[in-house]
Design a protein around this ligand. Structure first.
Ligand code: ADP
Ligand code: MG
Length: 259
């Protein structure tokens, strides 16, 4: 069989594309057989890996993509970099542990959640990003359409589920109950990353039910790293820099915050 059709049958698409230049380089560098084979297979592997990353990034539905390297830690000294380094190693994903990121608006909670999600995508994990609002809307719609089991299964499936903006909207009993069912499905099987502007003591308000809130927190916090970001809003800093807000001591107009 000819090399070209062999590579085609083996679906070595990336190697096919680069074969000529690889051969040329190999002869220039006077590579041995094994070295050449290794380079050729690496070319194929890198291409496949990159394609996988791109497709998982799409499936993750991140609203925007930011990395940990793009996070300015000097602006948020309350964040322990050791913890971030540990989280970036993704041991929490392998151990199906959770991460909860707390803090006021603009301190980088969503940025950090997305950055960890991107790391997980790069390591081959399936990730899904949702705001709490869209998660609940989809659960409620699924229940109304008699396909709640299937929907819960879909949300239980990704290795990392990011739920952004817990706490902006309170849930009613039915919504909190559905959220609890999802949590039970994922418990000790897959990781959650949750961001919230409310501290744990105020979570009773979110769920409108102290007993349910306690049961939810119990499962969430059992294996969990909590990042409590206490600093100033990065959005406001940028606006201030642009001269939109005046001096640092001026009262902040909350309506200018976007969540
Ligand atoms: P939150 O979710 O806490 O409200 P975001 O993560 O949405 O805040 O951050 C708001 C904007 O500011 C985003 O564009 C984010 O990338 C940026 N940002 C926040 N904190 C930092 C930081 N420490 N370094 C760099 N960019 C940051
Ligand atoms: Mg946010």
């Amino acid at each position: 069989m000819q090399l070209a059709s062999l590579l085609e049958k083996m679906k070595m698409d990336y190697l096919v594309l680069q074969l000529d230049s690889l051969c040329e380089q190999a002869s220039k560098k006077d590579l041995g057989y094994k070295e050449f084979l290794s380079e050729a297979l690496q070319t194929e592997w890198k291409g496949r890996h990159q394609k996988g990353v791109e497709s998982r990034l799409k499936m993750a539905r991140f609203p925007w993509v930011k990395s940990i390297e793009q996070f300015d830690f000097s602006f948020q000294p309350s964040i322990d970099r050791k913890v971030i380094r540990e989280l970036s190693g993704l041991g929490f994903v392998d151990r199906a542990e959770n991460v909860i990121i707390l803090g006021p608006p603009g301190v980088g909670k969503t940025h950090m959640a997305i950055a960890l999600g991107v790391k997980a995508v790069e390591e081959g994990h399936k990730v899904l990003f949702l705001t709490l609002e869209s998660l609940i809307t989809r659960l409620i719609r699924a229940r109304a359409e008699n396909r709640i089991e299937r929907q819960l299964q879909l949300f239980a499936y990704p290795k990392v589920l990011i739920i952004d903006e817990m706490g902006y909207l309170p849930m009613n009993r039915e919504e909190a109950g559905l959220f609890f069912r999802l949590l039970t499905r994922r418990y000790e099987r897959a990781s959650l990353i949750i961001t919230s502007n409310k501290s744990f003591v105020d979570w009773g308000e979110i769920f409108n039910d102290q007993v349910l809130a306690t049961a939810i927190l119990d499962r969430l916090l059992h294996h969990c790293t909590t990042l409590n970001i206490k600093g100033e809003s990065y959005r406001l800093k940028e606006k201030r820099k642009a001269g939109l807000l005046g001096g640092a001591n001026k009262p902040v107009d909350k309506t200018t915050e976007q969540h």
